[in-house]
Ligand binder design. Structure first.
Ligand SMILES: Nc1ncnc2c1ncn2[C@@H]1O[C@H](COP(=O)(O)OP(=O)(O)OP(=O)(O)O)[C@@H](O)[C@H]1O
Length: 328
């Protein structure tokens, strides 16, 4: 469905003629029917990639075919087959939801009758029927996002790009938008390519996660694969007594699958925490506790910690995905 080769985009900032390599040589193949989450910190090149794949921005070099069309050679064929829900609201503030959907259908060359029929189908499918005669300014954030998604679906695309579909929504609306995205996929088998800042969403919803940083792909796989290969489990032990720290670290070193923290790090309050990277926290925990007891270390709290996608990013770059990039 998507085949990109060495896709690159450089911007030249007017002042000072500074060059920004927003996307550097991206290779990507996406199978039809996949739900892919495209992750990366601010400024990693996600929106630029999306804009190139949706033909809104020409690449500086490299090539891509999207839904069977060449983004440079045949952009209109690509546009007919894909939908794009951008970060900005697509619906105008002053037109009623149904009218907006009908206008979109006509813009795609449908007859008025067909455009109305299609608008009705989408109003039902995205549970917007009751809101059909309202203008977007009177809708909640989640309802408005559903209207944006409906607008992206008018021409029944094979592939839908969603740029940050859940950003700026409250947790209830986020869950609701996700429910629609997942349902859409189940009903239509559509390929979905989305960016998100919410790592837990990518972790639980996406079949494939691609992480980009500074314009390059740094990880690609299922969330479980990436976590298992790049981050691994951890055991966190809270010590009752700081004076046990040196002994606790000695025991930790015997179990650690990677060099453990050299010194226990205070976890907010006075009691120190020893963090031990292990291949499997569930099976290692009883053995670690027994060894600590044998060494006379008094353990106050113990817990197995599963890695997150942020741990994956941290392992790869030494930075957290949730931290802001320093402004250039
Ligand atoms: N039109 C432009 N002119 C100059 N620089 C640009 C332009 N568009 C993007 N950039 C730069 O390209 C880099 C990648 O930007 P992009 O918007 O693709 O990142 P992103 O991963 O989508 O970030 P965010 O998560 O903040 O949306 C950034 O350094 C950005 O400042």
């Amino acid at each position: 469905m998507i085949h990109a080769r060495k896709l690159s985009r450089t911007f030249t900032r007017k002042r000072g003629k500074e060059r920004v390599e927003a996307v550097r040589g991206l290779d990507l193949d996406v199978e039809a029917g996949t739900l892919l989450a495209f992750l990366g910190p601010n400024g990693a090149g996600k929106s630029t990639t999306l804009r190139m794949l949706t033909t809104l921005l020409p690449p500086t070099s490299g090539s891509a075919t999207v839904a069977g069309g060449d983004i440079a050679g045949d952009p209109s064929a690509v546009r007919r087959r894909i939908g794009y829900v951008s970060q900005k609201n697509a619906a105008s503030d002053h037109h009623r939801v149904r009218d907006e959907l009908v206008a979109q259908g006509k813009a795609y060359g449908m007859t008025r009758a067909r455009a109305k029929e299609r608008a009705d189908e989408l109003l039902d499918r995205l549970e917007l029927r009751e809101l059909a005669d309202r203008t977007p300014t009177t809708l909640s954030g989640g309802q408005r996002r559903r209207v944006d998604i409906a607008l992206g679906l008018v021409h029944a695309p094979e592939l839908l790009f969603l740029d940050e579909p859940s950003t700026g929504l409250d947790p209830h609306s986020r869950a609701e938008v996700w429910e629609f995205i997942l349902r859409l996929r189940e009903e239509s088998g559509m390929t979905l390519f989305l960016t998100t800042h919410y790592l837990e969403e990518a972790d639980t919803m996406a079949e494939r996660v691609v992480i980009v940083d500074r314009g390059r792909t740094i990880a690609d796989g299922t969330a479980d694969e990436l976590k298992a290969e790049l981050a691994g489990d951890r055991i966190d032990l809270g010590l009752r007594d700081t004076s046990d720290a040196a002994r606790a670290n000695g025991v930790a070193a015997r179990f650690a699958s990677a060099p453990a923290d050299p010194s226990p790090t205070p976890s907010g309050t006075a009691d120190p925490t020893v963090r031990i990277p292990v291949p499997n926290a569930d099976s290692a925990l009883p053995e670690v506790l027994a060894a600590m007891e044998g060494a006379g270390v008094k353990v106050a709290t113990a817990r197995g910690v599963r890695p997150t996608l942020d741990d994956v990013f941290l392992a790869l770059t030494g930075r957290s995905l949730t931290e802001e990039e320093p402004t250039e």
